[in-house]
Design a binder for this molecule. Structure first.
Ligand SMILES: [Fe+2]
Length: 208
């Protein structure tokens, strides 16, 4: 399908941030994972400001999709299936661009065979745009609602999923993708994404 005809790729985000916030609050109720979503979203807004200087990016979409990336946690905390649940929830609500991010933030992307095995449609869920590639990178720099580094985040995941060798191998591959992305934009914008995360979230996630 040509990109221009794909509702998941074309156009600016139609979902307003306030509506996304209502969705997260409705499905998350008082669950603690909402705080992670809000912190990722706060950081997404900051990165969008920085990267808008070099890219024609959809800052509203970055912020909204970041807020919704883990909404599937209302059903499960499985490291893969929460992305699948989020995908179907948002797809059924008609939010296709944000739904894609729920699926594609998992391990920085799922290939077709793996997607099908987990109950997703028969297609790749690999981040395609700068915005889609940015969200799993931001996710990897936020531990719960606090800033972290990629190295520390990977170490934390390795502790949490000790013994799940197949998953941990995928995490290593995903971390390499995140590192490549960070190296590229750090050079291009003369920043450290990790330092920006620390500065932005050092006083807590703040008001979203
Ligand atoms: Fe997630």
């Amino acid at each position: 399908m040509a990109a221009g005809h794909d509702p998941a790729l074309s156009g600016r985000s139609s979902l307003k941030y306030g509506d996304a916030l209502s969705l997260v609050d409705r499905y998350g109720k008082d669950a603690s994972w909402i705080r992670h979503c809000k912190a990722v979203s706060v950081l997404a807004k900051r990165y969008a400001e920085i990267f808008s200087a070099g890219y024609d990016l959809d800052a509203g979409f970055v912020r909204t999709a970041a807020l919704l990336h883990d909404i599937g946690r209302y059903k499960t905390h499985d490291p893969i299936m929460h992305g699948v649940e989020g995908y179907w929830l948002l797809t059924n609500l008609g939010y296709h661009r944000e739904a894609f991010v729920c699926a594609s933030h998992i391990l920085c992307g799922l290939e077709r065979d793996e997607a099908v095995r987990h109950g997703l449609p028969d297609q790749d869920f690999i981040p395609r745009t700068f915005e889609e590639r940015l969200i799993p990178v931001i996710d990897s720099l936020v531990e719960f609602d606090r800033p972290t580094t990629l190295h520390a985040r990977v170490a934390s995941i390795q502790r949490r999923y000790q013994g799940n060798d197949a998953y941990l191998q995928r995490i290593e591959q995903a971390a390499e993708k995140v590192q490549r992305f960070m190296d590229h934009v750090n050079r291009e914008f003369c920043i450290s994404m990790e330092d920006v995360a620390a500065e932005t979230l050092s006083a807590g996630p703040g008001i979203v």
